[in-house]
Design a protein around this ligand. Structure first.
Ligand SMILES: *[C@@H]1O[C@H](CO)[C@@H](O)[C@H](O)[C@H]1NC(C)=O
Ligand SMILES: *[C@@H]1O[C@H](CO)[C@@H](O)[C@H](O)[C@H]1NC(C)=O
Ligand SMILES: *[C@@H]1O[C@H](CO)[C@@H](O)[C@H](O)[C@H]1NC(C)=O
Ligand SMILES: *[C@@H]1O[C@H](CO)[C@@H](O)[C@H](O)[C@H]1NC(C)=O
Ligand SMILES: *[C@@H]1O[C@H](CO)[C@@H](O)[C@H](O)[C@H]1NC(C)=O
Ligand SMILES: *[C@@H]1O[C@H](CO)[C@@H](O)[C@H](O)[C@H]1NC(C)=O
Ligand SMILES: *[C@@H]1O[C@H](CO)[C@@H](O)[C@H](O)[C@H]1NC(C)=O
Ligand SMILES: *[C@@H]1O[C@H](CO)[C@@H](O)[C@H](O)[C@H]1NC(C)=O
Ligand SMILES: *[C@@H]1O[C@H](CO)[C@@H](O)[C@H](O)[C@H]1NC(C)=O
Ligand SMILES: *[C@@H]1O[C@H](CO)[C@@H](O)[C@H](O)[C@H]1NC(C)=O
Length: 489
């Protein structure tokens, strides 16, 4: 019997394009240090081909690309194709110690990228330690020859990796902004003064048009958004600001507003001063989920929805921030503890060889297969006050093995342990349907009645709302893939 692995990981994090034609192309990524100047200071950063952000990979739906990755840096590295499903070929998807060992300094590894159903904007990034902070870039997947966008063709397309953008526009034209949140852990509100945006896709799948004043984009997500340059020619701020429930005073996150200017071409005197777009309050959790709540897939003949209607496997996973005691309370977390994160109270310990290899060659002792299907302890997960003794998780390298072609529902339940916060979740090698979400504790009798099984959005990264839950469904038809990545704070 064929099986695939659902590896469950919980980590805690603190604080020039290449163009396409034929069906298998080869690209070269040389990972190396380069000096980079920003805000008047120059430092060495790790780059791909000396570029920051790294090269954009342009492709057509269904294409296969081979990327020869040369590690000329000083650290181990892997490159992950974020949101690419890699059907039946998990071997070069990148996650360190999950599907491969890292590429060591001085060595080379050829990574195949197999595009299948994805269409829209995806991205790639390094997947070891902190290297992804500078080693990342966009993957833009165009419709196949003979097919087109399910929305009017924009006049121009602009990839925007948040933090590194500028934009000049002509009045009357429509622009497709391909927005990627490459931040390590920050959810961002993004808005353009006096302009509305129409979301037409996320994570490499199209959506029904959703017109909004702002969007919330979680770490790892991509949004394809149409911007109509339909206002008086002027300069307008576009801006991004962190959503966070952490108290401002604690300095947990960067609370500055990143701006860039949308500049209409032409002769006029720009307004002064420019006004900032209106944003929800930095800690407005309800506002932060409204875009997610409004997303619907196209679910038409050309883009059918294949959401499993009666899943064969149902799992409930709590996602928590945790704390470990340190000798003499010497760590930097609350009360001298060390932050951690867990799923169903298991905090992931990285193995020494990759899990996929251990599975394939039947090497025992690398991981266990006892990952719990439901929370080991049921309590009022989102209560204001929770017993301190619940905070310390178990440590383990546990895997959930799923039967090939089983249909799976996972409810991710956020908890209020240590700090109830939002939890971005990314599933390697899969897109999944977001069928439901809510605040508070998931109710297995009442909540499924409100699921969207008609046109749920297809995502590869979602965020569990602060003190809330999400329900996702997918078919386990991609053996070897399925590492969940969860990063808290
Ligand atoms: C780099 O990878 C190799 C092979 O997996 C491993 O033995 C080594 O410890 C890694 N180095 C670091 C600094 O993690
Ligand atoms: C797709 O269209 C482009 C431009 O029209 C052409 O160069 C290319 O050969 C076509 N590819 C295929 C596979 O038909
Ligand atoms: C940003 O955080 C600092 C402290 O870390 C605080 O002094 C400042 O008021 C905050 N700014 C805003 C706009 O919230
Ligand atoms: C949001 O922040 C404001 C001011 O910083 C504070 O008064 C309010 O209580 C916060 N709201 C929540 C839900 O934490
Ligand atoms: C959340 O926001 C939506 C949309 O703005 C609004 O309709 C709803 O009343 C809000 N809910 C709460 C609890 O504030
Ligand atoms: C903890 O503190 C005690 C008393 O000050 C000291 O004797 C001990 O060495 C400390 N332990 C560590 C691990 O720092
Ligand atoms: C820190 O310790 C105090 C007193 O024991 C306790 O009330 C508080 O909840 C602790 N905070 C955390 C985050 O553990
Ligand atoms: C895998 O290893 C286990 C224990 O080491 C053994 O019982 C089992 O038969 C092996 N399976 C295969 C397919 O080799
Ligand atoms: C997690 O497991 C540890 C160790 O068994 C236990 O002390 C703690 O209470 C558990 N917490 C929860 C929320 O299950
Ligand atoms: C798994 O699903 C695929 C696609 O739906 C189908 O072609 C295949 O026959 C199925 N295999 C098994 C073993 O059920």
């Amino acid at each position: 019997m064929k099986v695939f692995l659902l590896q469950i990981l919980a980590f805690l994090l603190f604080g020039g394009g290449i163009h396409c034609q034929a069906s298998t192309r080869r690209l070269t990524f040389v990972v190396k240090e380069a000096s980079y100047t920003r805000l008047c200071s120059t430092k060495n950063i790790l780059t791909v081909n000396g570029q920051f952000p790294g090269p954009t990979i342009y492709a057509k739906k269904g294409e296969t690309i081979i990327v020869d990755v040369y590690n000329r840096g000083k650290e181990n590295i892997t490159i992950h194709w974020h949101g690419v499903n890699m059907p039946r070929y998990p071997w070069t998807d990148g996650p360190e110690y999950i599907t491969q060992c890292p590429i060591q300094p001085g060595s080379k590894f050829s990574q195949k990228i197999i595009l299948s159903s994805e269409e829209g904007t995806l991205w790639w990034h390094a997947h070891s330690d902190w290297t992804r902070a500078t080693v990342h870039g966009a993957i833009i997947v165009y419709p196949k020859n003979g097919t087109k966008y399910p929305f009017p063709k924009p006049n121009a397309e602009i990839p925007i990796i948040l933090g590194t953008f500028k934009l000049r526009v002509d009045h009357g034209k429509t622009y497709l902004l391909r927005i990627i949140n490459a931040a390590l852990h920050e959810a961002l509100f993004f808005s353009i003064a006096k302009h509305k945006m129409t979301v037409v896709g996320t994570d490499g799948s199209y959506t029904k048009p959703l017109t909004r004043d702002y969007i919330t984009i979680y770490p790892g997500q991509t949004f394809d958004v149409l911007l109509e340059a339909n206002q008086l020619p002027d300069h307008y701020y576009m801006a991004a600001k962190t959503y966070s429930i952490a108290p401002v005073a604690q300095n947990f996150y960067d609370n500055t507003t990143t701006t860039a200017i949308v500049q209409y071409r032409g002769y006029y005197t720009p307004s002064s001063p420019l006004s900032l777009p209106h944003f929800p309050a930095y800690n407005d959790t309800n506002a932060s989920v409204q875009v997610m709540a409004g997303l619907r897939s196209l679910a038409d003949a050309e883009h059918p929805s294949n959401v499993p209607l009666s899943p064969s496997t149902k799992l409930i996973y709590t996602v928590s921030v945790n704390s470990f005691l340190c000798p003499n309370n010497s760590c930097a977390g609350p009360n001298g503890t060390r932050f951690s994160a867990s799923i169903n109270n298991i905090s992931f310990q990285s193995p020494t060889i990759d899990i996929l290899q251990a599975y394939y060659y039947n090497i025992s002792g690398v991981y266990g297969d006892k990952f719990p299907s439901v929370p080991p302890l049921v309590f009022d997960f989102t209560a204001d006050y929770l017993p301190l003794e619940y905070q310390t998780p178990e440590i383990g390298t546990e895997v959930r093995v799923l039967e090939y072609n089983s249909t799976v529902e996972i409810v991710f339940q956020g908890t209020n342990l240590v700090a109830g916060t939002h939890h971005p979740m990314h599933l390697h090698g899969y897109s999944f349907y977001l069928v439901g979400w809510g605040f508070g504790n998931f109710d297995k009798n009442r909540d499924p009645l409100r699921y969207n099984l008609v046109d749920p959005p297809l995502q590869s990264t979602i965020s569990v709302p602060t003190n809330g839950w999400v329900a996702i469904r997918f078919e386990a038809s991609n053996p070897g893939e399925g590492g969940f990545i969860y990063k808290a704070l």
